[in-house]
Design a protein around this ligand. Structure first.
Ligand SMILES: Nc1ncnc2c1ncn2[C@@H]1O[C@H](COP(=O)(O)OP(=O)(O)OP(=O)(O)O)[C@@H](O)[C@H]1O
Length: 242
């Protein structure tokens, strides 16, 4: 597992400054939750960390190595940083197992034979051992999202990013996906989550960062942020959503 450190990360789309000098430390094995209003820049920040968006300024350090230097090949870095989105994006014509094997085969050049045992172990670890041969339309939304998480884990990432991964799910399916995150935390995975699940963030996060207008306005342990927020913007947001 790896440590992540952002220093002064800035990102604009045209004249819309979406990340405005973000400093963030994520220690090895920590779960950090990004909360904040819609449009505050949570998704963009995660996309920048995964090098899906080039940053305009600042540094992104993964285990002490600057992964944001211009001209760096993003592909090997992305293989070290798993990301899961709100939409599961599984290929409908492939079984769950084939979806999971795709990236390790293409990026790491591994054979189906070599992947069979570790992929089976991943499905079993997350309670989907009997679903490997199912196609996405034979799975519930919660199961599809768990397969999407397994797909990211199959690349053996050092850190995992989650972008509102329960927002598209029916309420009764949210719990099983959050349980996967609890399990990963117990196993020591380093994780950054953009989430609207305040109860979950309060219960499980090591640190909560409140974003507003592209800046981390306030951060701290969940007990402090949720019980005694100091910043008026944090207070107003939590009053609205909790
Ligand atoms: N590819 C893009 N091109 C132009 N503008 C973008 C792009 N991606 C995001 N934005 C803008 O960046 C701002 C922040 O969006 P972002 O999705 O990061 O916020 P968010 O906090 O994740 O919101 P939500 O909670 O609704 O997902 C918004 O104004 C959005 O319109």
């Amino acid at each position: 597992m790896a440590k992540l450190e952002l220093r002064g990360v800035a990102k604009a789309f045209g004249d819309n400054a979406v990340c405005r000098g973000i400093d963030l430390s994520v220690e090895e094995g920590q779960m950090v939750c990004l909360i904040g209003p819609s449009g505050s820049g949570k998704s963009t920040l995660l996309r920048c960390i995964n090098l899906l968006e080039p940053i305009d300024d600042g540094e992104i350090m993964l285990d002490g190595e600057d992964i944001s230097v211009p001209g760096l090949d993003p592909q090997p870095v992305r293989a070290r940083i798993g990301i899961v989105f709100q939409s599961f994006n599984l290929f409908p014509h492939m079984t769950a197992a084939e979806n999971v094997m795709l990236a390790p085969r293409r990026v790491h050049g591994k054979s189906r034979e070599a992947l069979a045992a570790p992929v089976r172990a991943l499905f079993q670890r997350f309670g989907l051992g009997d679903k490997m041969g199912h196609y996405p339309d034979q799975l519930s939304g919660g199961q599809q999202q768990r397969v999407a998480i397994i797909r990211a884990l199959a690349m053996s990432p050092e850190i995992m990013l989650f972008d509102e991964i329960t927002s598209a799910l029916d309420p009764e399916l949210v719990g099983e996906v959050l349980d996967v995150l609890r399990q990963l935390r117990g196993e020591g995975m380093t994780m950054v989550l953009a989430t609207h699940e305040m109860a979950f963030a309060r219960e499980v996060a090591d640190k909560v960062c409140f974003l507003d207008g592209g800046m981390i306005v306030e951060e701290g342990p969940p007990a402090t942020i949720f019980s005694t927020p100091q910043e008026p913007r944090t207070k107003a947001f939590l009053k609205r959503v909790v």
